[in-house]
Design a protein around this ligand. Structure first.
Ligand code: C2E
Ligand code: CA
Ligand code: CA
Length: 775
């Protein structure tokens, strides 16, 4: 776990720092203590050495005094004077005992031994009394010297015995033994040890006596030559401070020293409680530090651990915010940024998921989601009905309503459908919605409810909108086994529903096949356009002011050898859907222009109006194409009129306007066809480069009987005039209507009452005979 590692690291760093500082302190402490102790010890050793020297001198002096006194002693001299050796020995013994001397020697003046005592006993061993000692003794009365004998060291005091001439040499020796060493030691304030050493020349040191561990010291000195100045060395596994105090170096090459040494451990012992206290303090603070740094590290790492595990959760797609106890520190800042990030990510992911399955405009489920709904329904139920509902006139509405209004309208539509469908509604395409009905029996009722719900207009941003709806119904299983087929067949049912009086239709497999047959009709149409099966009929347009026919509308007539007469309404919408309308337009433009040019040549000045469809208005090449044809047939532009429906323009206003503006600039007269069936207001039409509106025949056909139509037609004419537009009424079937239209000030009328659409020859005939014939 990374957090743990971090925490450990933090603790380790603290500890290392602490230990380093403590180490430095301890080292400094130790150094100062040891140097202090060393200095003290060195001083003590020096002092002790001096004391030692003084003691020895003192002892030698007192012994010397006693010895010289003895040498004057009459009795003693008398005893010596006798040759009685036992008497001499006895006297010597007495004196040695009195002087507490360990050794006594008497020789004749030549140096030949007379008697020698060691520890009160007669012995043959005796120390050498050197000549320089003898000289000193003769001069000063006594001479003293340290000498070694038999592994022991003695303070030897020599004097000459006179009677009155010198007759003998007398010497007494006091041993520098363990007791002497201890005596000196007891005078020292510190617990030092003393040993007495001797050696010959540069030879090895021997230990004559020592306060303790004489044997070990002897063994030790085999390896080490002790120096005069104080030095440290390990002895008996302990640090010691040594110092050798030379006592005598004789001409005979004998060297005698005292070795003073002191255990540093002992010297340091007084500091032990201090050291112990320090170690206790160290250990305690170490524990405190560990505990403290663990707490601190946890304080830091706990939120980090939380963040880390939250991050891991995010990776698994679980977004949870992290709670923190820390306030106002960096960790809290980090946590809150992290939480902000989480909620931002969460929000964005929700949004993305939502967008993937929902329609952006309405927030409804989208086609993808609907597919899933269908698939789920297929999996879970035996049967159901898929209903597609298509809002009519949506393209027209888009031009008058802004984007926001449209989405509001669509949402309103969705809500209504949802309410009556009583289930989830999805947006399947821009104009259609879909929902599923579990109970097949109920499907038609639901469809009717949806239709009825649209009878009430929608109220969007204070605009009252009449929106229509058409429905298509598909059964599962029956009409399809998978969502794709069901949706495709639903679309077919919707196509049928568009034309159905009830407003909805079930999927009809037969119709679907006839639909297929119709598709083959398109290829036949393409053939018919080439081989002359397709012709134009021309319907006159009567100008009421002049009472003359100045224009005709070209209406397509297709007499198929296999199908017979096919009404334009049966193949034009389909050609628009399949794109074949392009061929119809290409053919129609050439035909109309050719005919107009022909009539003009024969002196008949008739403008020809032709119908354009949505696709044509989306075609930027159309103006150039028309221009080329007009030039080819040398026809002035005024003889060609173009009729477009509102819905064609509103499908894509900007593109349509581009094309229309160009056509208008070319001098072509443009008309809005089927006016009144769409939703465009006149003020909106005003923005288009059109000079004429054609009131749809549905308002005109019953003009003689229907009062409402009269009001509508009349006001439309007035409004059109106010906007400077010419108004044409089509579908005029009776004289009564003509009268009304004339009364309302209508400019042009067109209808069966004047003439049906006629082949060119018949039209020419009609014009010749009719009172309306062109001037
Ligand atoms: P539209 O442009 O509205 O044409 C007028 C329709 O009303 C024509 O139907 C015409 O025969 C009919 N009509 C004229 N006077 C009367 C009348 O007094 N009473 C009645 N009941 N009907 C009348 P048609 O020829 O069947 O054409 C139908 C539609 O087909 C046309 O409607 C037009 O939208 C389209 N269409 C016809 N020819 C062409 C063409 O060459 N190109 C394109 N794109 N569409 C065409
Ligand atoms: Ca027309
Ligand atoms: Ca029309």
């Amino acid at each position: 776990m990374p957090a743990f590692r971090f925490r450990t690291k933090l603790t380790v760093v603290y500890l290392a720092l602490f230990l380093a500082v403590m180490g430095i302190i301890l080292l400094a402490f130790y150094r100062s203590v040891t140097t202090n102790v060393e200095d003290q010890t060195r001083e003590q050793l020096d002092a002790s050495a001096r004391v030692f020297e003084r003691i020895v001198n003192y002892r030698v002096k007192t012994l010397g005094e006693s010895v010289s006194a003895l040498a004057q002693d009459y009795g003693f001299r008398q005893a010596l004077g006798t040759d009685d050796r036992p008497t001499v020995i006895s006297a010597l013994q007495n004196q040695a005992r009195r002087l507490e001397a360990d050794m006594a020697v008497i020789t004749d003046i030549e140096g030949s031994p007379i008697a020698s005592l060691l520890d009160g006993e007669v012995t043959s061993a005796m120390p050498m009394i050197s000549d320089d000692m003898k000289q000193l003794a003769e001069r000063d009365g006594v001479a003293s010297k340290l000498v070694s004998l038999d592994g022991r060291i003695f303070e030897l005091v020599v004097t000459v015995v006179r009677a009155p001439v010198p007759i003998a040499w007398l010497a007494f020796g006091i041993e520098l033994d363990k007791a002497t060493a201890q005596e000196i030691k007891s005078l020292s304030p510190i617990d030092l040890e003393i040993g007495f050493l001797y050696r010959q020349g540069q030879g090895q040191y021997h230990v004559a006596a020592a306060t303790s561990n004489a044997d070990e010291l002897g063994g030790y000195l085999v390896l080490t030559k002790p120096r005069e100045e104080a030095f440290r060395a390990t002895f008996l596994d302990q640090e010691h401070m040594f110092r050798r105090q030379p006592l005598v170096t004789g001409q005979d090459g004998e060297e005698i020293s005292a070795l003073l040494y002191y255990s540093m451990d002992a010297a340091l012992a007084p500091y032990d409680p201090l050291v112990f206290t320090m170690i206790t303090v160290l250990v305690l603070s170490l524990l405190l530090l560990i505990a403290g740094s663990v707490v601190v590290a946890r304080g830091v790492t706990k939120p980090l651990t939380d963040l880390a595990s939250a991050a891991q959760q995010i990776a698994k797609g679980r977004y949870e915010e992290v709670e923190t106890e820390s306030r106002g520190d960096e960790v809290a800042d980090l946590t809150s940024s992290f939480n902000q990030m989480i909620s931002a990510v969460k929000e964005r992911e929700n949004k993305i998921t939502f967008q993937a399955y929902h329609d952006v405009e309405t927030g409804l489920r989208n086609r993808l989601m609907f597919d899933r709904m269908i698939d789920q329904e297929i999996d879970h139920s035996d049967s159901f009905v898929l209903v597609l509902a298509e809002v009519q006139q949506l393209p027209e509405l888009r031009t008058v309503l802004n984007h926001q209004n449209i989405s509001e309208l669509i949402k309103g539509v969705a809500r209504r459908i949802e309410k009556v469908a009583d289930t989830e509604v999805a947006r399947v395409s821009t104009e259609s919605f879909g929902f599923l009905v579990r109970d097949a029996e109920e499907a038609e009722t639901r469809a009717s409810l949806v239709l009825n719900s649209f009878l009430t207009p929608f109220d969007v941003a204070d605009i009252v909108i009449d929106a229509g709806v058409k429905l298509g119904l598909v059964k599962f299983p029956g009409d399809g086994e998978d969502s794709a087929t069901l949706l495709r067949h639903g679309q077919a049912a919707l196509d049928k529903g568009r034309g159905a009086p009830r407003g909805f239709a079930w999927y009809d497999p037969d119709r679907d096949s006839s639909q297929k047959a119709r598709l083959s009709m398109m290829s036949e149409l393409r053939g018919g356009l080439k081989n002359g099966e397709v012709k134009f009929a021309y319907q006159p347009k009567l100008d009421l002011a002049s009472g003359k026919i100045t224009a005709v509308e070209a209406l397509i007539r297709w007499i198929s050898p296999t199908r017979g007469f096919v009404p334009p309404d049966d193949f034009i919408p389909m050609a628009e859907r399949t794109g074949d309308i392009r061929h119809v337009t290409d053919w129609g433009l050439r035909k109309a222009i050719e005919q107009a040019a022909e009539w003009r040549e024969s002196g008949l000045n008739l403008a020809v109006a032709i119908n354009l469809s949505t696709n044509d208005l989306m075609n930027h090449n159309l103006p150039a194409q028309i221009l080329a044809l007009l030039r080819e047939y040398d026809l002035p532009a005024v003889f060609l009129k173009l009729e477009v429906t509102e819905s064609a323009v509103m499908h894509d206003m900007t593109r349509a306007l581009d094309v229309l503006n160009m056509l208008s600039a070319m001098g072509l007269a443009l008309s809005i066809d089927d006016y009144g069936t769409g939703y465009s207001s006149l003020s909106y039409i005003k923005k288009l480069p059109v000079g004429e509106i054609k009131i749809d025949k549905s308002f005109v056909l019953n003009l003689a009987k229907n009062d409402e139509d009269n009001i509508l037609v009349r006001s439309t004419i007035e409004l059109g005039h106010n906007l400077g537009l010419s108004v044409t009424a089509e579908g005029v079937e009776d004289e009564e209507s003509v009268g009304r239209l004339r009364e309302y000030g209508c400019d042009v009328i067109q209808g069966y009452h004047i003439a049906r659409p006629l082949p060119p020859a018949e039209l020419e005939e009609f014009l010749k005979e009719s009172e309306y014939g062109p001037a």
